[in-house]
Design a protein around this ligand. Structure first.
Ligand code: NI
Length: 186
């Protein structure tokens, strides 16, 4: 397996609608190799999700892996590595909440994005088995962020207030202390 280069915002291939994987491509050596490379790439760059278009592969495939425990997003439930082929997403409850999102294709920046916090996701695994699960809170945001990549969308498209787009250093210096104070230091 190998660490692949992640393409960055401005690369036109991040703005394409990716094609579905075909039944005959499932469980193929080529697909297993691509997923292995994506896992290596996610771990090398350090992230919680990666979509195939970010390694310049125009297919509807994304991986998500959320380590549990405390984080800058609050205390997170662990989500083991999940491989999503041809995923679909449906909003269960449209009530939104916001997070300061980042993206490996937009290194160095954070942006405040509000999204529905209760969704149902359906996808195939590498063997073609269908999985369906509901996601709430931060995990709902993660799935929406990753699946957006498959339709050529980036989180910056959802930053409604451009003053809430910041470099990580400035975010840590000027934004985070206020948010922690507002949250009672939590
Ligand atoms: Ni991203």
């Amino acid at each position: 397996m190998a660490v692949r280069k992640i393409i960055r915002m401005g690369h036109p291939n991040l703005r394409r609608v990716a094609r579905p994987l075909l039944p005959e491509e499932l469980d193929s050596d080529e697909l297993h190799r691509l997923v292995g490379d994506m896992i290596d790439t996610l771990h090398d760059y350090g992230g919680i999700g990666l979509a195939a278009p970010q390694v310049n592969e125009n297919v509807r495939l994304a991986i998500v892996e959320v380590p549990g425990g405390p984080s800058r997003y609050g205390a997170l439930d662990r989500t083991p590595l999940t491989v999503c082929v041809n995923p679909e997403i449906e909003v269960v409850d449209p009530e939104t909440a916001g997070y300061w999102e980042g993206c490996l294709s937009i290194p160095g920046l954070r942006g405040w994005v509000e999204r529905p916090q209760h969704v149902r996701v359906r996808f195939l695994d590498l063997q073609g088995q269908t999985h369906e699960t509901e996601a709430r809170g931060f995990l709902a945001t993660v799935f929406q962020h990753e699946f957006d990549h498959l339709d050529g969308r980036l989180y910056v498209d959802h930053v409604a207030d451009p003053t809430r787009l910041a470099f990580e250093d400035e975010y840590a210096r000027y934004v985070l202390p206020h948010e922690e104070a507002a949250a009672g230091g939590g």
